[in-house]
Design a protein around this ligand. Structure first.
Ligand code: ADP
Ligand code: ZN
Ligand code: ZN
Length: 664
């Protein structure tokens, strides 16, 4: 390459792990800074890209290179800090940098639309009166604020109602006074209105960012963040990729929640990425939860994170009483023991609100022939079909395939076909018959599909218009139901015997989170847990609300078996509509990696995924595990080079999942 020429490296939204070289715009001598949005020729069409760097050399000759067509904005749209964060994140996840760069970016910006015209009035922030903090809260706020100009990660561990949100508000208030921006990440869209309300009540105005907003609203929010016309941003995971002009604090509420992980495409964990961003910006980050992830607890135990605890409820509300209900030898109706039905009845008579938690939607998870034992299974996945009574359909919860309820068994033609087991729908229909005069609300992803219906149902639940609530984990998360007197966990045993090493951690989080919904205001709540394994020591910890002790014990076990956080994992997944191709491809990868790994990384597999067939695709995986991150990342880097070159790799869909949180 001849000297004196600038070559720009541009990130394009394509699934390739590289930047693309372009020459400057013809007859234009201006130097385009990093972060500039440009239009470039690509193949036979044009694309919008972001300049990520420039250099004097290219692997291509000038004749092979094309020139940038045009510049979209007068000044770089992506701040330099964001560009560097994108680079680091793409490196960490071994993901195509262009896809990382455009994560969460509104459509208009991706399409190259001009976006200079924007309302220029700044939001006014006038902090309303703050509560007088309790000693533990004050201690937390003081410590966080003593480190407001440096990278300082905090675990704020506090039971539900202990006043974590008040800590966020008061720390935020101090940061805002210095004209800096504050980002609050929440796991679910349904939790944004509630967090939003509390921040609005305190500060007047906030900006939200999540996927249920219209493209126009998202664009407005993105630009406001970019041009510092907003200072408080509440969003779901992709908000971590917003172009902050002056970020001073990140809060991750319910940091343990699996929704922070994107489970397809670019599989990032917003919590981890947020820590990375705080580190680059040199600002504090608060990870708050009643049931922190074991990874975070480990980081606090080893002193990497400051550990702040709020052990008591902030108001006079007492903790709920936890009761383990032994249901061995019991006859169950719709999954409920007689003793539990009696408890529900008593609570309803006392005019208390009751919540029944079951983590399964639909009528029954199994549909069976009593003549021959045939089970209705999905043709495209290795799983059973869930029976939905109202729709009279058998539905696959993995590929959404549905078919009508059969009249006779396809195998033996018997007509004794029956639903087996329970989901929310069956529980609801049983309770409607048992308690015909009680108002009910069922909250799961079926009942909340229509826009606005979730908000409506939650409102009914909060106002006690519905006295009996039936729900899945949608109900377990973060919502405040001030009238709730009793919570029943219909099936607590699900997580006890799973093959996934995180299942007990998850089950404990779920039970404690659901329990946290009870008795938040005045009445002491009751939490009843139905189980066939009342002597299980893990359930005993949950019963005594001793999450910390549970975590400590399970972490010792993880250390013994060298599982995360005591080692690091990555999955290389491959799938195709033929079972041989993905397995062969991964065998090739495994052989190639084996020769380079030098024993610091163990490579397990290829093995079929726990659910081999899904949506008609056969899925295999290779698990890579290492004590240290560095050799793991070297190996992953090598594997992407191998896969991108591989011929078979073009016929098979493959992806990398760094720090996977589930193996399916
Ligand atoms: P968390 O976020 O930990 O669940 P919240 O911040 O929602 O807890 O606090 C629970 C309740 O206690 C709220 O109604 C809140 O207004 C109240 N509260 C929090 N801190 C205080 C305080 N220092 N004094 C009085 N009430 C408080
Ligand atoms: Zn049959
Ligand atoms: Zn299916």
């Amino acid at each position: 390459m001849n000297s004196g020429v600038i070559i720009y490296q541009v990130a394009l939204d394509v699934p390739l792990r590289r930047l693309f070289d372009y020459l400057p715009i013809k007859n234009d001598t201006n130097i385009l800074p990093k972060g500039t949005r440009v239009k470039v020729p690509f193949g036979r069409s044009h694309r919008i890209g972001i300049i990520m760097g420039q250099q004097a050399h290219s692997a291509f000759t000038p004749e092979q290179l094309k020139a940038i067509d045009s510049v979209c904005d007068n000044a770089p749209l992506f701040p330099e800090e964001l560009c560097e964060f994108i680079e680091k994140t793409a490196q960490y996840y071994h993901h195509p940098i262009g896809e990382v760069a455009f994560t969460g970016v509104p459509l208009a910006i991706r399409l190259g639309k001009p976006c200079e015209s924007l309302t220029k009035n700044d939001e006014t922030i006038f902090p309303n009166e703050a509560l007088t903090l309790h000693a533990d809260q004050q201690n937390a706020v003081d410590l966080i604020l003593s480190k407001q100009d440096e990278f300082a990660p905090f675990l704020l561990e506090g039971i539900t109602g202990s006043g974590k949100t008040e800590v966020y508000l008061q720390v935020a208030s101090a940061i805002l006074q210095r004209q800096k921006q504050v980002l609050i990440l929440v796991p679910e869209i349904s939790l944004t209105p509630q967090t939003q309300e509390r921040f609005i009540a305190r500060f007047g105005e906030v900006t939200c960012f999540h996927s249920r907003m219209t493209p126009k609203q998202r664009l407005q929010a993105w630009l406001k963040v970019r041009y510092q016309q907003t200072r408080i941003i509440i969003g779901t995971r992709s908000a971590i990729f917003l172009p902050f002009a002056n970020l001073g604090l990140i809060v991750i509420d319910e940091e343990h929640d699996a929704s922070f992980k994107q489970q397809e495409g670019f599989r990032y964990l917003a919590r981890d990425v947020a820590v990375l961003r705080a580190k680059r910006i040199q600002c504090p980050i608060i990870l708050g939860s009643a049931t922190p992830s074991f990874e975070t607890i480990h980081n606090a135990q080893t002193g990497k994170y400051h550990w702040l605890r709020l052990p008591v409820r902030a108001t006079s509300a007492t903790l709920p009483e936890m009761i383990l209900m032994d249901i061995r030898h019991n006859k169950l109706e719709a999954g409920l023991s007689n003793a539990l039905i009696k408890e529900i009845e008593d609570s309803l008579k006392k005019n208390q609100q009751v919540l029944l938690f079951i983590n399964r939607r639909g009528f029954s998870p199994t549909f069976m022939c009593y003549g021959c034992g045939w089970l209705a299974e999905c043709e495209r996945c290795d799983c059973r079909l869930t029976f939905h009574y109202k729709k009279q359909m058998l539905i696959c919860h993995h590929c959404l395939h549905q078919r009508p309820e059969p009249n006779e068994c396809p195998k033996c033609q018997a007509t004794e076909l029956h639903p087996v087991g329970q989901g929310t729908e069956r529980l609801e229909s049983f309770l409607q018959i048992r308690f015909p005069d009680v108002s009910m609300a069922r909250i799961d992803s079926d009942s909340t599909r229509k826009k606005g219906s979730l908000e409506e149902l939650l409102e009914k639940a909060k106002s006690k218009e519905a006295q009996l609530l039936i729900g899945t984990q949608m109900l377990a998360k973060g919502h405040h139901f001030p009238h709730l007197g009793m919570v029943a966990i219909v099936d607590a045993d699900g997580g006890l015997f799973s093959v996934d090493f995180r299942s007990i951690e998850r089950m404990a989080q779920l039970i404690i989170q659901v329990a946290g919904r009870a008795g938040r205001v005045h009445e002491a709540g009751r939490v009843i847990i139905q189980t066939f394994h009342p002597d299980e020591p893990l359930l005993q910890h949950i019963l005594h609300q001793d999450y910390a002790e549970l975590a400590k014990e399970l972490l010792v076990e993880r250390q013994r078996s060298a599982l995360p956080p005591f080692s690091h994992l990555a999955l290389i997944r491959a799938s195709a509509n033929n079972p041989h191709l993905p397995e062969t491809l991964l065998k090739e990868v495994q052989q190639a990696l084996q020769s380079t790994s030098q024993g610091q990384v163990s490579i397990l597999g290829p093995v079929p995924a726990p659910m081999l067939k899904r949506q008609g695709q056969y899925r295999y995986q290779l698990l890579v595990q290492a004590r240290e991150r560095k050799p793991l990342h070297q190996l992953l880097h090598y594997s992407t080079i191998f896969l991108e070159k591989s011929k078979l790799g073009k016929k098979v869909r493959w992806s990398l999942d760094v720090d996977p949180i589930e193996m399916f």
